[in-house]
Write a protein of this length. Structure first.
Length: 518
């Protein structure tokens, strides 16, 4: 009987199968534990230090076709394998010593110049009054009757839902990488992979000038905040960044750049003007973003912090903050006055291609390769909402930013009886209108215009669509098809009349509400 039982156990394959499964599970658990501990390893972000560390442990400092980000991932993997072989106790000692050495050798700041110190002081002096004014306006808006808010919201969204294609134009010989309206909404700037920046009349789409100077694809174009308004046409009105590693500063009267900003070690992607117009930020594939002084054309700040290429950069309207997004799927918000990280935008699972600050100053939208838009709140330091925006990459996002003084304001405001009779008293009639609107729950044109700013945003996707979203409940308002398979960029004019998109098939399109006169 015992022999039969023994034979049965020997012949039965279930026992061996369960033991094999247990060993396989142990291997999987060990691998998961290794990856978990690998994520906590302190590894340099500077590529030269990564190479030095690889040399120390006897590994090749580079492999064929290996990029800086891949090299850093390889170092993490090798270190985790070494620590796993040493055992948990040795790993703990290694982590502590590694962390201590990193604290001594590498920080997220570096000694700055006196010029950077002066720039931080000026940015603080510029941003604090603007933030104070914005907060005061938000407090006043919070006391607005709900009925008036609902009426204004319905009116604005009804106009947005009427956006339709006004026309399309071939912009260049290669894909249009970015489109941006001038501050007065009369000129559209397009940057293309052909290396050209072109200026177009709006809405006729007739060419004005071609700005030549780059020798590789253009990644970003940005207008000076006072361009086409108070800024002289001979002064700096535009900035562009390209794959030739350079940034160019342009006037509106010359086809040659006024200055060239050099320093990046790899392709320059997005660029942005500080609201003061005194500084420019640029994002690059060299894993850094940089701050430049427009007046001297000198680099003020080289900021590390991303483990992979930095693709997007954008300033807050107050001028105190700047946000950067990288191909490491991480976004960071930086305080320009101190240099510290104010918030980490960690939630996307694919590269971040676009960042946009809301005019309210505390919300940020990010678009990524995971086809979603995430809305972040800096007050709670977390993501508020995730919009399943497109079925392919979200390439660009733009909140609507209203002009301080709309050029069509006079046409909106109807003349009062006092004005028509010529008896003066304009201030009294304006005050009476405000009092009457308060009682009638009707908004004045000025109130409606201020309320419109930041009320909606536009997104561009590689699915060939442009979409407009409400910025209070994040619902889809309008879908606009384009004549291109991939939409590379989108922008909203500051007078609310136009929307532009640039596509992979070399075209750009202009959209406008159907019932708005051109």
């Amino acid at each position: 009987m015992s022999e039969l039982t023994l034979d049965t156990l020997i012949d039965d394959g279930n026992y061996l199968g369960s033991e094999r499964a247990r060993l396989e599970n142990k291997v999987l658990l060990d691998e998961l534990e290794r990856k978990k501990k690998a994520r906590s390893l302190a590894v340099p972000t500077d590529d030269n230090r990564v190479k030095a560390r690889l040399r120390e442990i006897g590994e090749p400092i580079t492999l064929f076709g290996e990029r800086a980000a891949d090299r850093r991932d390889r170092l993490i993997y090798v270190l985790s394998q070494i620590n796993a072989a040493r055992g948990d106790e040795a790993m703990q000692v290694e982590e502590e010593s590694s962390e201590e050495s990193e604290e001594e050798q590498e920080e997220f700041y570096s000694p700055g110049s006196l010029e950077l110190l002066e720039a931080r002081r000026r940015i603080a002096e510029y941003s604090l009054p603007r933030a104070q004014k914005r907060v005061a306006q938000q407090r006043a808006d919070s006391k607005m009757p709900l009925g008036r808010i609902i009426d204004m919201r319905k009116k604005v969204f009804a106009e947005v839902k009427n956006f339709a294609n006004l026309g399309s134009q071939i912009g260049d010989e290669r894909p249009i990488s970015q489109v941006r309206f001038s501050p007065n909404s009369t000129i559209l700037a397009t940057g293309s992979w052909a290396g050209n920046v072109k200026l177009w009349n709006v809405p006729s789409c007739t060419p004005i000038r071609t700005l030549r100077g780059h020798t590789d694809r253009i990644g970003g174009v940005a207008w000076h905040p006072q361009a086409t308004l108070a800024q002289s046409e001979d002064a700096v009105n535009l900035v562009s960044g390209a794959g030739d590693l350079n940034l160019h500063l342009w006037s509106l009267n010359s086809e040659s750049p006024l200055a060239t900003l050099k320093g990046h070690q790899d392709r320059v992607c997005r660029v942005a003007f500080h609201p003061s117009g005194d500084y420019v930020a640029s994002a690059s594939f060299d894993t850094t973003w940089r701050l430049w002084d427009v007046a001297t054309a000198q680099e003020l700040l080289l900021q590390e912090g991303h483990s992979k290429e930095v693709y997007s950069v954008e300033f807050q309207d107050d001028g105190a903050l700047v946000a950067s997004g990288g191909l490491d799927a991480i976004g960071r918000v930086w305080d320009l006055r101190t240099g510290r990280t104010a918030m980490v935008l960690d939630g996307h699972v694919q590269a971040i291609f676009s960042i946009s600050f809301s005019p309210n100053g505390y919300q940020i939208a990010t678009g990524a390769g995971d086809d979603t838009i995430r809305i972040w709140d800096m007050r709670s330091l977390k993501a508020l909402y995730t919009i399943p925006a497109h079925v392919s990459n979200v390439s660009d996002i733009r909140f609507f930013h209203a002009q301080a003084e709309p050029v069509f304001k006079a046409s909106i405001t109807a003349p009062t009886d006092v004005e028509m009779n010529g008896t003066g008293g304009q201030e009294d009639s304006s005050r009476d209108n405000e009092e009457q609107s308060a009682h009638r729950n009707v908004a004045t044109p000025e109130e409606e215009w201020k309320f419109r700013s930041g009320l909606y945003l536009a997104s561009a996707g590689y699915d060939g669509l442009v979409k407009i979203w409400s910025a209070d409940d994040w619902q889809l308002l309008r879908t606009l098809p384009t004549d291109g398979g991939k939409v590379m960029s989108v922008d909203l004019s500051s007078d609310s009349r136009y929307l532009a998109s640039g596509t992979y098939n070399r075209n750009f399109q202009i959209f406008t509400p159907e019932d708005v006169p051109i």
